[in-house]
Design a protein around this ligand. Sequence first.
Ligand code: UT7
Length: 328
Amino acid sequence: MTQQVYIRGFGFNVPDKIVTNAELEGSVDTSDEWITSRTGIKQRHISEGEVTSDLGAKAARQALADAGIDAADVTHIICATCSPDSYCPNTATQIQHKLGISGCMAFDLNAACSGYLYSLQTARGFISADPDSVVLIVASEVLSVRTNWQDRTTCVLFGDGSGAAVVSADKGENGVEILDALMESDGQYGDLLTILGGGAEHPYKLGDTVDEAFFIQMNGREVYKVAVRSMTQVCQRLMEKSGLTVDDIDVLIPHQANLRIIEAVGKKLGIPEERVFTNVQKYGNTSAASVGIALAEGRTQGDLEPGTLAMVTTFGSGFTWGALLLQF
Ligand code: UT7
């Protein structure tokens, strides 16, 4: 029998500062009407000096409290991010330090917007190897520092935030079982969505000024197509693998990148709108944190009652994508 694994607690955090579409109209050639009709986004939260580990530690404390777990009992910390505090040290160790603990394994995982799901799948592996493991997953992003605020094709899309989960073999009081998962990737799409500057492929030397490659660059149209196709197909494959149909799925929680992508995936899967969770309107695309925020917020606001079967799906730069089934 495979090891049962539960998410025992959820947490999320977003910075206080809200930037509305109307405010962006003042800095780039865009409009609330364009952003709303193309993406569904109305506002995003933007950090004013808080770094990835700050937002992450806040979400982590909430998840630990929700799980009823002391930080000292955590055995692994995985920080899912593509906007780390720094290249080195990793952000997971800085979250660990901010939580006032030391000793446990702590590392970053970069699967872009699929980071939260990839981390859950990784946690399942750790817990299968040692059922006493208590894995803290912190998906945290401050992508605003890697956003070119003069590029209207990207700056309207992203927001900062963090989502956390405590994962263990012990269900605790309100644990949510991870029933099954499928994670996939295909590097042939690497060029479609990038942050190149500073990496080995696009190095800077002392005295260089950063160029556009320092920031997010994206071929939006192509990303859109692959996103819809990959999320739809991985959900279909996961349902088939688990012997489920769309009628069994109470709620679909897709990566909150764009309302049109979310609607297209729901439609292709045959899941009606009222069973598809959205909060992209309030937060924009928070990358790895996106579905972490959705799960934590969804549970707090009563959208994910006990008994609910949820299918979570994500896609991100790489491309990476995946789907996961959760029994609330
Ligand atoms: O986690 C993954 C993150 N990435 C995504 O989720 C992105 C997926 N892609 C998309 O969501 C869509 O492709 C976008 C929302 C990015 C763009 O929507 P679109 O319908 O594909 O528009 P487009 O890129 O084809 O651009 C249409 C027009 C262009 O003008 P012209 O060439 O037709 O004159 C753009 O320059 O819209 C223009 N445009 C804008 N206009 C006002 C692009 N961005 C903006 C903007 N405001 N912010």
